[in-house]
Design a protein around this ligand. Structure first.
Ligand SMILES: C[S@@+](CC[C@H](N)C(=O)[O-])C[C@H]1O[C@@H](n2cnc3c(N)ncnc32)[C@H](O)[C@@H]1O
Length: 364
């Protein structure tokens, strides 16, 4: 069994743990990470399936590293056979705390040389799929180091479908985490009235169709010698089994949403509408929204949150709602009963995730 680290967006660790539990894995939650144990092949499959973490890494080795030589010895002495071949391209990043961490660029070069020494002793050969660059991550903590290898390769939020971003796109893994936190499991309707480039709707469609979110990119762990899975077959364009509606008043962002959905091979109902005009496509479901916020938009934003609250009250009785807001005053404009589930950082701005069980309930 290997030791794995799912890197979670701070504030959303329990959501990552919940997603892992859905795969039958019990994880240990710590600030910024969820740790768990799994066989190598199972972890490699998870790297293409997990929707909510930012990274999934396997722990290759850990130990004392109180200087450059000690760290190089630790890296050279590790068993790299399950992960690398002689010619595998490797990139190294060093981060963490302590005296050594200030020298991270020089340390990364040192680790790179040590890895090349270790690779010279490995068998040659080629992966069945594309040869993906392997990303080694060294986390320093005082005079100890943990050497980890990224199972996704690229950060997991890069699903491979985003060609076009709207003004303020939500990262794909954050969108998936909001859906998971709101309890949306792909078996009820979904509406995003501020859909922008379509992140919530596309993530929801992938989830409802049970499509691995990483199917559109090369997953690093799939080319590890001990795993060596064939690249996934391209999926056909498909409609999710439940209505998914993305609306926005800006026709330019809807063009981007369409292009993104085409690349993700999913069909979503996109409509150019103001929030005041959106109609529910089913008697119940989830409204999910990342309405506009940010200093540059100023006072106009308050009016948008109030209009959102009115639209929910008038037409979305029987639905649930999950939405983002930078502070409580704006959230209360949607509904005074909106409860804050957690806060996290979206593009450097701290936002709250609010939930509302019945948006048409009297405003008290
Ligand atoms: C923060 S962005 C949403 C980003 C989106 N979640 C994504 O990932 O791309 C907010 C969106 O709300 C839209 N918007 C602003 N006011 C609106 C209104 N009154 N009715 C409908 N859409 C509106 C903007 O055009 C913008 O695309």
């Amino acid at each position: 069994m290997q030791r794995w680290i799912a890197v979670a967006p701070p504030g959303l660790e329990p959501v990552v743990a919940r997603e892992l539990a859905g795969h039958g894995i019990s994880g240990h939650v710590e600030p910024g990470v969820v740790r768990f144990r799994a066989e190598l092949a199972d972890g490699a499959r998870l790297a293409a399936r997990l929707r909510t973490p930012a990274h999934l890494r396997v722990l290759v080795c850990e130990g004392r590293a109180d200087g450059f030589e000690a760290l190089a010895r630790l890296v050279r002495g590790a068993d790299w056979r399950p992960y690398l071949r002689r010619q595998t391209p490797v990139a190294v990043r060093v981060a963490g705390r302590g005296r050594l961490a200030r020298l991270r660029d020089a340390l990364a070069r040192k680790v790179g040389f040590a890895l090349r020494d270790a690779q010279r002793r490995l068998p040659p050969g080629r992966a069945r799929g594309p040869e993906v660059e392997q990303r080694v991550f060294v986390r320093l903590d005082g005079d100890r180091a943990a050497v980890q290898l990224d199972a996704g390769g690229e950060p997991l939020h890069r699903r491979g479908w985003r060609v076009e971003a709207g003004g303020a796109p939500l990262r794909e893994n954050l969108a998936a985490a909001v859906l998971t936190a709101a309890g949306w499991a792909g078996d009820e309707a979904l509406v995003d009235p501020f859909c922008g480039s379509g992140t919530f709707c596309i993530e929801a469609a992938l989830l409802a169709l049970d499509r691995p979110p990483g199917a559109g990119r090369a997953t690093a762990a799939w080319s590890w010698p001990a795993v060596d899975l064939p690249p996934p077959r391209p999926s056909r364009r498909a409609s999710p089994p439940v209505p998914i509606l993305g609306a926005d008043r800006d026709p330019r962002v809807l063009l981007k949403a369409r292009a993104n959905a085409d690349r993700a091979r999913v069909i979503v109902d996109w409509r150019q509408l103001d929030v005041a005009e959106v109609e529910p496509p089913a008697p119940t479901g989830l409204v999910v929204a990342n309405p506009p916020y940010g200093a540059r938009l100023g006072a106009r934003v308050a009016g948008v949150y109030s209009a959102f609250g009115r639209a929910l009250a008038e037409r979305f009785g029987g639905w649930r709602c999950a939405f983002l807001a930078p502070h409580r005053d704006l959230a209360r404009r949607v509904h005074p009963a909106a409860e804050r589930l957690t806060t996290f950082s979206n593009g450097g701005i701290r936002v709250g995730l609010y939930a509302l069980d019945d948006p048409a309930a009297p405003r008290g």
